[in-house]
Design a protein around this ligand. Structure first.
Ligand code: HEM
Length: 414
């Protein structure tokens, strides 16, 4: 297998450290590389930007060409290529006007006034977690700390009653209802996931029917009211998919970003000391950490027309890997790109939130959850250190995500 095959179907070595390969791809002409199976890898910032800015060529309509996606989103066979609006494909897997209409319905959960409104709730959630771990003085940060934040916050935002939240979070955390990883999932993995998703769908079907009958001011109620007011019909199954996907999108990446930021700070003690002394630096630490170790390394795009990038011809119906993780390490854009440096100029100019019309919808919420997590941790805890014997291991799986397998830490109460 070639190195590029190793990335698309990743080896342990690539999962642990893809960066030498990225550098090779970015500095060796031709600058767009093709795998043996015809997948095109876009790694330079200018090429990634070009793809993101031409959605009419580089499409998100991956469902019709990706095994298992129609079943997962419960798209009936005769609707797979349905040109009607709305299509049955959810926001991240739709294009053009259809995408804009769907995305605008989701916006109500991340409007500025909502983000402000969530703040006390997020602080409460983080402090409950700190109460649980403060006396013990150690935890596995991803499972026992970070994952509990978006799990609780997003379900509260959506409007899931607290008594259902824990069980539903477990069912939901088996993976999102879609994602780039599905392209490489086995039939058995897809079957297990499909059963799980069906249970979750039944839960949301009932909850949405209840909330439509009796709105409560939460996201689900607003979503259904907005949908009805705008389109005169609910399209309930499509709305269920949207909500499940929103939760899925809100979850893993947020946990990975929190764990990676903490790891960067612990391993850079001088920066840690500055950030603890001056919490206004927390957002810089979060953004810079996301640049250096980008949680979503690549997203997929389907090529709708013959095209060309950097002199390389890309035929219609090819699959492109748009590599935000590689672009964020490109030396021509970020000097000493491998260095975690919160004083870097234009610190927010990375692409970890994506780029173009599909850029992350939940970025304001993810930023706020991350900020409050570190503000409260640094207010109540100190002397953060890696647990003795803990070693950095990257989670195995898809090269589309960059995440620590775990993060064992110790700390003291302040
Ligand atoms: C640190 C945490 C997060 C990271 C790193 C992240 C990253 C991303 C990326 C890279 C994309 C794809 C952009 C593209 O295709 O160009 C995306 C899309 C998306 N994200 Fe996030 N995300 C995070 C948190 C969240 C949260 C908290 C939510 C929900 C509240 C969310 C909702 C979405 C949605 C709905 C999309 C699809 C947008 C579209 O297709 O129009 N994300 N995210």
């Amino acid at each position: 297998m070639s190195l590029i095959e190793d990335l698309v179907y990743p080896t342990k070595q690539i999962i642990e450290n893809p960066y030498p390969l990225y550098k090779d791809l970015q500095t060796t002409a031709p600058y767009v590389h093709v795998s043996d199976k015809g997948e095109f890898l876009i790694t330079r910032p200018e090429d990634v930007t070009f793809v993101a800015m031409h959605p009419e060529i580089f499409s998100n309509l991956l469902g019709p060409v990706t095994p298992g996606m129609a079943e997962r989103f419960r798209v009936p066979p005769d609707k797979i290529n349905d040109p009607a609006i709305p299509t049955p494909w959810p926001t991240p897997f739709s294009d053009g006007e259809d995408h804009d209409l769907k995305r605008s319905l989701l916006q109500s959960c991340v409007r500025n006034e909502k983000i402000v409104e969530y703040e006390p709730m997020i602080r409460r959630v983080v402090n409950e977690i700190i109460d649980d771990v403060i006396k013990v003085g150690r935890c596995e940060f991803k499972q026992q700390f970070a994952r509990r934040i978006p799990a609780k916050v997003m379900l509260e935002v959506i409007g899931v009653p607290p008594e259902d939240a824990d069980e539903l979070a477990i069912s939901l955390s088996g993976g999102s209802a879609g994602g780039q990883g599905i392209r490489h999932a086995s039939a058995e993995e897809r079957k297990v996931n499909d059963e799980r998703v069906e249970n979750v769908r039944s839960y949301f079907r009932k909850l949405m029917q209840d909330r439509f009958a009796k709105p409560q001011g939460d996201f689900i109620s607003t979503l259904l009211q907005d949908k009805m007011a705008r389109d005169g019909k609910l399209d309930l199954e499509i709305m269920i998919t949207e909500v499940i996907l929103l939760y899925g999108a809100s979850f893993g990446n947020t946990v990975d970003a929190m764990a990676q930021t903490l790891y960067h700070l612990i391993t850079h003690p001088q920066t840690m000391a500055r950030v603890q002394a001056d919490p206004t630096l927390i957002p810089k630490a979060i953004e810079e950490s996301m640049r250096v170790e980008t949680p979503v390394q690549w997203v997929g795009r389907r090529v709708l027309a013959d095209t060309e990038i950097a002199g390389v011809k890309i035929p219609k119906e090819s699959f492109c890997l748009v590599m935000y993780g590689a672009a964020n390490r490109d030396e021509s854009k970020f000097e000493n790109a491998e260095v975690f440096d919160i004083d870097r100029p234009r610190i927010n100019s990375h692409m970890a939130w994506g780029y173009g019309m599909h850029r992350c919808l939940g970025a304001p919420l993810a930023r706020q959850e991350n900020r409050i997590c570190f503000e409260e941790m640094f207010r109540r805890l100190t002397n953060f250190r890696l647990a003795p014997g803990w070693q950095e291991v990257r989670a195995t799986g898809s090269s589309a995500h960059r995440d620590l397998a775990d993060l064992q830490i110790e700390f003291d109460p302040k």
